[in-house]
Design a protein around this ligand. Structure first.
Ligand SMILES: NC(=O)c1ccc[n+]([C@@H]2O[C@H](COP(=O)([O-])OP(=O)(O)OC[C@H]3O[C@@H](n4cnc5c(N)ncnc54)[C@H](OP(=O)(O)O)[C@@H]3O)[C@@H](O)[C@H]2O)c1
Length: 280
């Protein structure tokens, strides 16, 4: 029940209609018995500055920021946490001590989703795609001590740029490859992360980028797409008896990490997963 003491958090994005973050956070607040509400705000790019200042002045507690604001928001922050600085993007804002503080929980969420099923330290990782999500995850995996990362992308130059950016900040084993080379890379891979939208609703029958015959049963396959929960590449992974992780786990854990920044409480992963599967 909303009353005079209800604290507000929310999401800045544009468009925003598809989001299930309000469902997730409001379920968590109810379960944790916290007098908070999570509200979606449709903020056009040209209004980001006025909206963030307005949110601070209205004593909103915190925000998630999503497409198209994750990079531009950096211009309006008083403090940026180290890993968000490396990633170059922020998805969580916390208004604290009259400051606008920025964090990135995307990569941390992905890492927690992986750690639910395996250790990542010393593992060989292959990432399909070289966009914002790939960048966030690559940095978190490297900071967590993976053995190596192979980035495979259609646009080779974009993958090279990501590799060079990471190497300019951290000494690590990072390589770039073409899809033509997948046959050689996958047998050597422990964890395959598909960070492309291939197979995302409504294009659910799109040809997966890796087929089952290339996979092996010790492989862990994580697609970041969560709608559908089981995408075409995860179906291929099941055929190969590989372990699968849906993008829903990353979504839930990045939300859990944001909620923790705002409230210092840990939201219940299992309950959120059960409820979000029903909603999706
Ligand atoms: N579960 C979660 O919480 C979560 C969080 C963030 C993102 N995501 C999902 O992750 C995906 C990527 O997000 P993003 O922010 O990284 O997007 P992005 O910055 O636009 O990057 C997308 C990447 O996918 C590649 N790609 C797109 N279509 C492709 C195709 N048909 N074949 C091969 N590669 C293709 C692009 O390759 P090129 O560079 O060659 O164009 C690019 O490298 C999205 O589907 C998003 O919904 C999920």
């Amino acid at each position: 029940m909303i009353n005079g003491e209800t604290k507000i958090v929310g999401l800045f994005g544009h468009p925003i209609e598809h989001t299930i973050s309000p469902n997730m956070h409001n379920i968590a607040f109810k379960h944790l018995n916290l007098n908070y509400i999570y509200v979606p705000f449709n903020v056009k790019p040209q209004y980001l500055k006025s909206a963030i200042i307005g949110a601070k002045n209205m004593k909103i507690v915190g925000l998630n920021v999503t497409i198209p604001h994750k990079v531009n928001i950096l211009n309006y922050l008083d403090y940026i946490e180290d890993s968000a600085k490396l990633i170059g993007a922020v998805n969580t804002i916390y208004f604290e001590d009259n400051l606008i503080k920025g964090y990135n929980t995307d990569g941390k969420g992905a890492l927690r989703a992986l750690k639910n099923v395996t250790l990542v330290k010393n593992k060989k990782i292959s990432i399909l795609g070289a966009g914002g999500a790939a960048r966030a995850i690559a940095y978190e995996l490297i900071l967590d001590g993976v053995e190596s990362i192979n980035i495979i992308n259609r646009d080779f130059n974009k993958a090279e740029k990501l590799k060079n950016n990471i190497l300019s900040n951290i000494d690590c084993n990072i390589y770039v490859n073409n899809y033509d080379n997948l046959n050689n890379i996958i047998p050597e891979t422990d964890i395959l992360i598909d960070s492309t939208p291939v197979g995302m609703y409504p294009d659910v029958n799109a040809e997966p980028l890796v087929k089952s015959y290339m996979m092996h049963e010790n492989l862990i396959v994580n697609h970041l797409v969560y709608n559908p929960i089981e995408t075409s590449i995860l179906k291929e992974a099941k055929k190969a008896n590989a372990t699968t992780i849906s993008g829903l786990d990353m979504l839930i854990y990045q939300g859990i990490e944001s909620l923790k920044i705002w409230t210092k409480k840990e939201a219940p992963y299992k309950l959120l997963k059960e409820r979000l599967i029903k909603i999706l």
